[in-house]
Design a protein around this ligand. Structure first.
Ligand code: NAD
Length: 437
């Protein structure tokens, strides 16, 4: 379902009218395309205090291909290194660095703040570093014009954050804003070709026949992965057409089938990335919800994810250096009337992700992360009644719905072999929805 309002505000009369009436004026977001793969303009590198890894960060930023400067009139991005901020007086340097330039960031630009992990034994440092979260989330809400603001907490060598910074400083993260991402202190290896980081790797995407799953398949294929595409047998036609287009293997299979994991292993004995995308809704308020509607949603969205994950880790089908990306939802974080079953299943995904991630990495060398989409323009949301659909689209800092490709790009960043230091994260792809924590 096209966003007619966004199209209208993109026209001259639309701009005039919405400005006169004080209505939201969402910016048309710049997403990645082969013709337009990078942000347009220089990157401003700023510091607050005296960070320890300034040279390493400067080298990393130079590798993004952006023109890195210490001053710029109209930067396309700003990276503020606030890792050294350890007390309240030092927070003034965050203000001093960004206050003069906040308004100069180009439309659709990025502000990325680098922070440090919260100290367990220095409560002044923890207060100052936690303060950065409130700061970033507020700046993201006030910045407007399609700009995004994120906080990346770097626990070790900044090089481990390269895949994350490349993602955030590119059009691939157009719909990710107001997020806090933690990058652990672990070794990562840079790919030989950053434009095809998944070359030689195999990925399986569930629910791939349409919507977000189809976009995930397309983006992972673009990044070089060989794909196994799974969806229910009744979607076999769409699945096979997509598989033919992407030179992939179609696997028509209900993910809740008792032998699903075995069937997957029979089809693909060694898997690098597993994307749990299949999901359903069966909305009713709790008082009107029969047990079967509850059970179906919990089965597809959560139980099958746990069962196949456990089985594929145990059998060694998921190989070392691999990744699992699960799909949560902002409904699971914020709650949604009529979706007790769905929100429970999606909150469960976040719980699984956070608990399993450290063990899966230690025992199997596999990372576990989750995307939490907000309002994404798909058949699932096209079925939502008009008024609620329009509210869902506008109630976020970017004033518009996301596209399936936005979730797909975030999934690809998680699946990237150089993202090995990104583990246990639940990242919302929601344009900073006003719903949820
Ligand atoms: P969609 O309904 O367009 O596609 C879901 C796909 O999953 C379909 O192809 C369907 O056939 C498949 N599927 C359903 N049950 C299955 C099963 N038992 N086994 C195998 N495949 C199965 O949905 P979408 O909007 O693309 O959503 C994809 C994921 O993103 C879901 O997990 C959904 O909950 C989540 N999500 C979507 C939004 C949104 O705004 N669209 C928001 C938050 C979360």
């Amino acid at each position: 379902m096209a966003d007619r309002y966004l199209n209208f505000t993109g026209t001259a009369p639309g701009r005039f009218l919405t400005r006169r009436l004080g209505l939201p004026q969402p910016a048309r977001l710049h997403r990645w395309s082969p013709e337009h793969p990078a942000l347009d303009g220089p990157l401003l590198h700023l510091t607050a205090g005296e960070p320890a890894q300034t040279t390493d960060l400067a080298d990393l930023l130079a590798r993004t291909g952006l023109d890195v400067r210490a001053t710029a009139d109209r930067p396309a991005a700003i990276v503020l290194d606030a890792t050294a901020v350890a007390d309240v007086p030092a927070l003034a340097q965050v203000h001093a660095a960004l206050h003069p330039v906040a308004r100069s960031v180009a439309t659709g630009g990025r502000i990325v703040v680098l922070g440090a992990p919260l100290s367990g034994d220095d409560h002044h440092q923890a207060a100052a570093q936690q303060a950065l979260e409130g700061f970033v989330r507020s700046l993201a809400k006030e910045t407007g014009r399609g700009r995004t603001v994120t906080l990346v907490r770097v626990a070790g060598p900044v090089a481990a954050a390269e895949s994350t910074l490349r993602f955030l400083l590119s059009p691939k993260s157009a719909y990710v804003s107001g997020q806090v991402i933690e990058v652990a202190a672990s070794d990562t290896t840079a790919p030989t070709d950053w434009s095809r980081p998944l070359a030689g790797r195999t990925a399986l995407v569930t629910g791939a026949a349409r919507g977000i799953g189809e976009a995930v398949a397309e983006v992972l294929a673009r990044d070089g992965a060989h794909l196994v595409l799974l969806d229910i047998p009744s979607a076999q036609g769409e699945l096979e057409a997509l598989a033919a287009r992407l030179d992939a293997t179609a696997l028509p299979l209900d993910i809740t089938a008792p032998d699903a994991a075995e069937r997957i292993t029979d089809t693909v004995p060694a898997l690098d990335t597993l994307v749990h995308n299949a999901g359903i809704t069966r909305d009713r308020t709790l008082a009107k919800m029969p047990a079967d509607r509850w059970a179906t949603v919990l089965d597809v969205n959560l139980a099958s994810v746990l069962t196949t994950t456990d089985a594929l880790l145990k059998s060694g089908t998921l190989t070392r250096g691999g990744s699992i990306v699960a799909t949560a939802s902002i409904a699971g974080l914020a709650g949604n009337a009529g979706q007790t079953n769905y929100a429970a299943s999606k909150a469960g995904i976040a719980g699984m992700t956070r608990s399993l991630a450290p063990r899966a990495l230690a025992e199997h060398g596999v990372t576990v992360n989750a995307v939490a989409p907000g309002f994404i323009e798909t058949r699932m949301t096209a079925a939502v009644p008009l008024f609620i659909r329009e509210a869902g689209r506008r109630m976020n800092s970017l004033g518009q719905g996301g596209l399936p490709v936005d979730v797909a790009e975030t999934t690809a960043w998680f699946a990237h072999p150089a993202s090995g230091a990104v583990n246990g994260q639940v990242v919302r792809v929601c344009g900073q929805s006003l719903l949820g924590a």
